[in-house]
Design a protein around this ligand. Structure first.
Ligand code: NDP
Length: 346
């Protein structure tokens, strides 16, 4: 029996498995004829990303993230094989990566602009790297780290970079790209285990924000020369502390503000005024605006992974029946590295 991840009810704050999301049997008929412009795919890997929470709002705060209707399957990034296709660009046995419903078997439609971002990646069929990397370090999160750090952060060798949620999918890549570029790299994360990992992959100084009583003082201690680039994944108190420790002409890469995602209210930044006298640039960005960098990003990061100049840690849940729990656990920061769900092998 085939299964899917279902949105049962809109959550307030953190969702609960069984109440807001669940794994249910799918009614898909694998023998049914495909309509024109449709393809049937078999999902192998599901990527658990923070935007899945954003899709559980009745109306999204982010135009890139359409809301999911109650009683409908959740969507997200997957890696899959095409089973049969009525879409010209997809052939049987192609490996495809992109946004699809979170189902063991699902259909994609060429007429839906959102789902049509799914594209063929047959180049990875014989890759020596794990297939799951293509929804992680070599997929959307890696692309986010690369574009955000280089294009928005504009770092220069010798500068000090600070990354929050540093042990997550995006953060661990940002820090390692910073080291490759010759930056001094600081990071924060929420457990001692994650802190140990950050040291292992070359971060120069790290701290557990959950056991640090004063983040601003900690940053002053760890960055005596001040912060030049802050890659912000969390917003909130950490962003406020960075504003106090940022240098003149510092760049703040506003990638995400995960500490605010579970609140229904928008939360202000206490000392935003600091950006005025310090000439700080605070720039938001969406990875979708940097698709032109995809080949460059893929080639460089693939090379660094093969040369072991970069490492990548994943947290794997086996089987789609664990997907709803994996999603909720990741929202609580229980993921050690990029959270994925292994659904099936190709
Ligand atoms: P992950 O799910 O891999 O990691 C997120 C981590 O955030 C968690 O593991 C947790 O680790 C930490 N976290 C959770 N809640 C809080 C909190 N209240 N305060 C501080 N830290 C918290 O996420 P990604 O690496 O995939 O994403 C990182 C950020 O990048 C997110 O904000 C996401 O929305 C954003 N993003 C933006 C994109 C863009 O185009 N702008 C594209 C992709 C992602 P810990 O134990 O350290 O608390």
């Amino acid at each position: 029996n085939k299964q899917l991840v279902l949105l049962k009810q809109l959550p307030e704050g953190y969702p609960v498995v069984g109440e807001h999301i669940d794994v249910r049997e799918s009614t898909i008929d694998l023998e049914a004829p495909l309509q024109e412009g449709q393809a049937l795919i078999k999902v192998h890997v599901i990527s658990i990303d923070p935007f899945l929470r954003s899709s559980m709002r009745g109306n999204s705060r982010d135009e890139h993230i359409p809301p999911v209707d109650v009683d409908q399957p959740m969507y997200g990034y997957t890696l899959s094989t095409v089973i049969k296709s009525n879409i010209d660009k997809f052939q049987q046995d192609d490996i495809v990566v992109g946004i699809t419903n979170l189902e063991e078997y699902t259909t994609i439609s060429s007429s839906d602009p959102f789902f049509s971002v799914t594209r063929v990646r047959n180049d990875i069929k014989n890759s020596v790297l794990p297939l799951s990397y293509y929804v992680g370090v070599l997929g959307m999160p890696g692309h986010t780290a690369y574009a955000g750090l280089f294009e928005v952060g504009k770092p220069k060798k010798g500068e000090t970079l600070f990354v929050s949620a540093a042990a997550g999918a995006v953060g661990q890549i940002v820090g390692q790209l910073g080291k490759i570029l010759g930056l001094r790299v600081l990071g924060s994360a929420g457990s001692d285990e994650k802190i140990a990992y950050l040291k292992e992959i070359g971060f120069d100084a790290v701290f557990n924000y959950k056991t640090t009583s004063n983040i601003s003082e900690k940053l002053t201690e760890l960055a005596p020369k001040g912060i030049d680039v802050y890659f912000d994944n969390v917003g909130g108190e950490t962003l406020e502390a960075v504003l106090e420790n940022a240098n003149r002409f510092a760049r703040i890469v506003a990638c995400g503000m995960i500490s605010t995602y579970y609140s229904e209210k928008d939360i202000g930044v206490r000392n935003l005024m600091k950006i005025v006298p310090k000439h700080i640039t605070l720039e938001g960005f969406a990875v979708f605006d940097y698709m032109h960098l995809e080949d460059q990003f893929t080639n460089e990061v693939t090379q660094w992974l093969k040369e072991e100049k970069m490492k990548y840690r994943e947290s794997t849940t086996n089987g789609i029946d664990g997907a709803a729990q994996a999603l909720v656990d990741a929202m609580h920061g229980k993921n050690n590295g990029k959270q994925i769900v292994h659904v099936s092998s190709p």
